[in-house]
Design a protein around this ligand. Sequence first.
Ligand SMILES: [Zn+2]
Length: 413
Amino acid sequence: MKILKKISFIVIALATLLVPLSMPYKEVEVEAKAQTLRQLKNELAENERELEENKQQQAQTQSQISSSKKRIEQISQEKIQIEKDVADLTDEIEQLNKDIVSMNVEIKDLMSYYQLSNTGESAALEYVFDASTFTDFIYRMAITEQLGEHNSDLIKQYNQTISENEDKKVELANKTEELNDKEKELEEQVKQNQATLTKTLEGAVSIEDEIKNQKKLIDIYENTYKCKLDELLDDCLAGKLPPDTAFYRSVVSGRVSSNYGKRTYKLNGKWTSDFHYGVDMSATHGAKVYSSANGVVAAVFKKQSCGGNMVYINHLVNGKKYTTGYYHLADIKVKVGQTVSSTTVIGHVGGSPKYETWDHCSTGSHNHFTISTGNWGTTYKSYSGFISKQINPRKVVNFPALGKSFTSRDRKY
Ligand SMILES: [Zn+2]
């Protein structure tokens, strides 16, 4: 029991120590690999169509964002207008209430005047009946009553208006609430659309890279290697690449921080498992990254959100075809179609979240090295297409054990 506990502790401790420098790569749709120049040209046409669609999507999302923003602006204007209306209604209610108060005072005054006249006159009536005074009294009483009635009517009207205004205020308050809800909804829409736009833009960047690669490759296959339209690219390229006899590590000094294969590690406080399709060498940021063997640069991708700057190189080593991949580079120093030797610097070590802010699949400076058999003339956008032929780099490149360091490109461990 104690031993079991100890073992599990060691396993967890080891796993924690081996927190990888690179996170899992996103799965991309499997894409057919171009076997011939014609197929590669078809793939290029397909990518150009896709880019066109992507641009349309961008325009559409952009116009959705602007119309949402316009509506939000309208809503805020409407809300300002409602606030003004509410203030007007409140002012009017206040004024009406004041008027009612003063009218009530007026009525009271009138009534007291009437009563005063009544008592005064009645005394006169009793003792000195004077026809003219009596007429005057009747007349005055009638006017007073009329005025009193008129004021009462006005007060009724005013109260009516006040209650209508209160109703309007409630209505406006409801309207404001509706507008607030609509505003929130629109703001959420804008947020989502902006996220979509960012994704679409990123997609466009990688399609544009892919198109550039393909055009360059087509040019090289057509003009440098003189491949025929329906000739297998493998056949066309065989014997034409600078051959080599061995693969070397891509950096001079570093430490193997992650192996090829299934791995378990803690990511954001959660245990995660994935298959790591390469060997990670943690190295100094900005250190030189070399081509692993003689070859021809097959593809470059810039600032990918997962993988950063990436370079792919086709090789012919001991008569066998391979393609190597180098990810999370700080920069790229080679061009598609360029012939490289095993001493050519293809870029520099990147992968630091501090500097390579666009790369969300790396947590520290390192070089992710990956290798597949064949794959000449393929398109690399489909990562899963590439991984179908990937092999454990240790099969052809010598690396020290996991966690161990090295200080040369070729010393055997
Ligand atoms: Zn890696």
